[in-house]
Design a protein around this ligand. Sequence first.
Ligand code: FA5
Length: 339
Amino acid sequence: MLQKLQQLQSTVLEHLPSISTEDALVEYKNSILGKTGELTLILKWLKDLSPEERSTVGKAANDIRDILTEAFDAEKNRIKNEVIAARLQSEWEDMTVPLAQKSGSLHPMTQVRLDVEDTFTRMGFDIYESMEVTTEYLNFDAVNVPKTHPARDMQDTFWLEGDGNVLATQTSCMQNLIMRAKDTPIRAIIPGRVFRNEDVDATHDNTFYQVEWIVVDKWIGISHLKFTITTMLSDIFGKEVTIRMRPGYFPFVEPGVEVDFSCPFCDGDGCRICKGSGWIEFMGAGLIHPHVIREGGLDPEVYSGFAFGFGLNRLVMIRYGIPDMRYFMSPDVRFLRQF
Ligand code: FA5
């Protein structure tokens, strides 16, 4: 019996290192130490032995059970450690390596705005960001649109609670502030977001971007305006464009003009983008009204200036052939990835 027990012990101890999974180990353990396991069965036969033999063999059997139990526990730890080591090997990642990132790109509106700013920085203009919340005075009164003036109806305004605050409807709301804050000569470009309570469609939004220019100095005339606009457009489209001016009404300029430019896509021959006319209607401009110059703290007998302002959304649509303004604010990455 003793011999049988020792043989069982050495068989088990020899076999254990070859087991590689926890499940197989549990199964093997049950077959040896479980209720119907080999060692348990041997222990059951103890009762058939003489009392002397029972005490010797019983002690040996208990010792062997302890040795095997310990061996099974040790193997369980070995297998666990092997599993962890294998995972560490296969799932190892160097956290210090930079992630392969898909880099984004600047929104097309930002790209064109930066191009415009670049052109004018080179021409010695300062850049000021327009205010989004402004006052009724700056948005209207200071630019020659007093309370009773019908021109207030030209821009559907979001009025804010409180006294005389509005969401800026036009970047022209910065004209007075800049004239008061800066010494002449003033050469300023003012990009900004503006808001109008308008129905949204392919060519109108209630939130859009404008860019405004003002130049104030002695002897500023319409030829300076013409040169500045022509240079800017030729820069943006990468080819020489010509402009034409038509009379236009804006309360803060006199004379006021609407500016069209020759279609850069067909060079004036007529195409889908210019709707066959060879010209693209672009923006409002003019010489700054003497009332506005005076309200800005300057003497209109001495100083004159020009101002123009356009919708950046529409310029970007023309440059990239974008058919619908609503794409700009949509989070559709398929649209954004094209730029
Ligand atoms: C103005 O806002 C004047 N402040 C521009 C100006 C400045 C004239 C300086 C003279 C001197 P207007 O309301 O036309 O003008 O708007 C200017 C441009 O903003 C338009 O030509 C158009 O391109 C754009 N715009 C106007 N309304 C919308 C709209 N709802 N959605 C998108 N773009 C618009």
